[in-house]
Every structure is written in C-alpha cells, then in structure tokens.
Design a protein around this ligand. Structure first.
Ligand code: MRU
Length: 355
C-alpha cells in the first residue's frame, strides 16, 4: 500500500479549530501535497473539485466535515443541533452519485438527533468520535474485501481496472485494488492494466501512482485499448469499484465502466465489482434510478480538465460530461463486499447477503 494517507483529522483542541487534512488528488502524480480544511465551505469545495474523491473517501471526509461547523458559545441546545443539521444538509449537496456520502452523513445525523439537552456540550466530541469510527470501520472493511476477493484472482496473471478504487479512494487498501494488495502481500504478483479514465484520468494519475508506490506492476492504457487487449488474451479479469449499487445488483461506477463490462462479457472474461455494503442503496429497485452526476464541460473541452489547459474540442461543438454510468447486474460476474462474495448478483441474492 502507498504510505500517503488520503484523509487525516485533527480534533478541535484548546482554541485551535478542528481540521480535515486531505491528500490533494487533483495534483497527483506531479505533486504530493495536502489541503487542510478548517471550515465547511472549504471541505465542500474539496469534495466538488475531487481533491478527495472515491465513494468511501467522500463519505469519510464529509463525516469529519460535519465537525467543522462553527457553534456560537451562546447557542441553545436546539440551535446547536440546527447548526449541525444545516452542515449535514450542505455537505450532502457536494456530489450526488456515491451513496456512501449520504450513508455517512446519516450516521452523523443520528448522533445529532440522539443527544439530550443535558449532554449537548458533548456533541462536538461525540461527532468527532463517530467520524473517526466511520474511518476505522472503512479500513477494516477494505481489508475484508481484499481477503474475500483474493481467491477469485488466484488463477489470474493480469487484471484490468478502471478509475481509482484503491487506497486513495478509501481509508486504505481500496475496494477494487484490495484483493490485488492482499495477493501482493502473499507473494502472488498480479500485473495491473489501469485504464487512463477520461476525462479526469483517475486511472492514469491515481491508480498508476498508488500501485507504483506499492511496488505493483502497473501499465496504463487508454480507455479505447481495453477491447484490443482483451482480444489479444492480455486480460484475465476486470475489477472495478462502485459508487452506488441498486437492490437488483445494477452498479453505478465511473463513466466507461459499462462498456468494459460489455467487452468482458463478449470475451468471456470475468467482471468483478468490489464494494462495501454501505455502497448498496437497497431503496432503489433499479440502476436506472441512480442519480448520475453531470460535471462541467471544461473537463472534456481542455486537456487538463481546466480552461487554463490546451483546448481539445472546438468551441462550436457541444460536449456532455456524465461522470458515471450504470452496468446492469446481468453483466457482473460477482460483487465482493466485506461480508463475502455475491456470485451472479440479483435481487434475491443481494437480499440474502444482507440477511
Ligand atoms: C472505491 S471507489 C469506487 C468509485 O468511487 C470509483 O470507482 C469512482 O468511480 C470514483 O469516481 P470519482 O469521480 O473519482 O469520485
């Protein structure tokens, strides 16, 4: 695993405000730097700009973010609760697709709602403790996903992954990359092909960076190479993360995941999704109901994703930029969670998995 921690937290202490310290993923791989957020709007902006990104990491960062709300010393218990509820509502507007964000904020809301007036002075420390707990649980879940997923790859020499579903997208180990790290620790060295992942290049910039840091053999390919590599027998399995999984097993993940699943099926290659149970949204019957984030045009129009970069699309042309797509459950060979493996997922098997 790479050493750099995606998210660090410093609780408020004798006058110093709480701080959420993020590895700035917009600057990787050229620069390893951190962004320290001490107020809500800075943290909200960091999530919107993908300084911190990846479904579990967004949830963890937002949970810590709630503790950045400023409470007036004269506030009544109701005012204290209202301030934290507003902070939660505000952070929930940062990105729409990854359900882990809403899951983590719901846990924080439960803490706010459950404390009696007499104990209201404890609320800041209770919220900090809950966010730390969410962060620690994620680390354990990633490890378990690695353990459960590893046997599926025991016959593989190469895997293809898309976007970044590694340490940078979580607390550690990642989701899709967890089985790869797990096997690496056991001496089973898989070679990884990382799709560059247009338009923001999370695969090229982030997955290739963190796997290299960890000593894993990684080769970056452009998104359009995947089919050709499969046809030449160079890919033994595809493994991706998820931002939201519907009750039937349809999977929303980074744009470009769905065509990979179609290609994998055509070439009879297994297509695995690795995600913690808090990435499931069992209230949605179908993936068609998952809200898909539409991001700004500049990410497609300019090479660096920003208007300061080289223009790659003529001004007169329209562009679209949906950040995620949905892969139907029928194309998914298995979903691996911290609880185990759901082979050929469907509504019944997912229901059984949740017991
Ligand atoms: C463990 S992360 C799984 C997903 O969140 C990941 O594959 C992904 O699509 C991230 O998208 P991003 O837009 O970079 O947040």
């Amino acid at each position: 695993m790479p050493d750099a921690e995606t998210i660090r937290y410093r609780a408020a202490d004798s006058g110093a405000p709480a701080a959420v310290d993020l590895l700035d993923q917009t600057r990787l791989p050229g620069e390893v730097s951190r962004l320290v957020c001490t107020d809500l709007s800075a943290l909200h902006d960091a999530i919107v700009r993908l300084v911190v990104r990846g479904a579990p990491a967004i949830g963890i960062a937002a949970a810590y973010g709630v503790t950045l709300a400023r409470i007036e010393s004269s506030a009544t218990p109701d005012e204290v609760r209202e301030t934290y509820r507003s902070a939660i509502d505000y952070l929930a507007t940062s990105r729409p697709t990854a359900v882990n964000l809403f899951w983590a904020l719901d846990r924080m809301r439960t803490v706010v709602d459950s404390l009696e007036d007499a104990a209201i002075a404890e609320l800041p420390s209770r919220l900090a403790a809950e966010a730390i707990q969410i962060h620690q649980e994620d680390r354990a879940m990633c490890r378990e996903m690695g353990r459960h997923g590893a046997p599926l790859f025991s016959e593989c020499r190469t895997v293809l992954t898309h976007c970044n579903a590694g340490s940078l997208a979580t607390s550690a180990y990642g989701t899709a990359l967890a089985p790869i790290y797990y096997l690496h620790e056991q001496g089973h060295l898989l070679a990884v092909y990382a799709d560059e992942t247009r338009p923001l290049l999370q695969g090229a910039r982030l997955t290739a960076w963190e796997l290299s840091q960890a000593g894993v053999n990684v080769t970056v390919c452009t998104d359009s190479m995947a089919g050709g590599l499969m046809r030449r027998g160079m890919i033994d399995a595809v493994v991706v993360g998820a931002d939201r999984i519907a009750a039937c097993g349809d999977v929303a993940n980074k744009i470009g995941t769905y065509p990979l699943a179609v290609l994998a099926r055509y070439h009879a290659i297994p297509f695995y999704v690795v995600a913690p149970t808090n990435t499931f949204d069992l209230e949605l019957a179908s993936g068609d109901l998952i809200p898909i984030e539409q991001r700004g045009e500049d990410e497609v129009r300019y090479a660096s994703g920003q208007a300061s970069g080289v223009m790659t699309v003529p001004r007169e042309a329209n562009v679209i930029n949906p950040a995620f797509d949905v892969t139907p459950a029928e194309l998914v060979s298995a979903i691996i969670t911290e609880r185990g493996v759901i082979e050929e997922p469907n509504a019944v098997r997912i229901q059984e998995h949740f017991g």
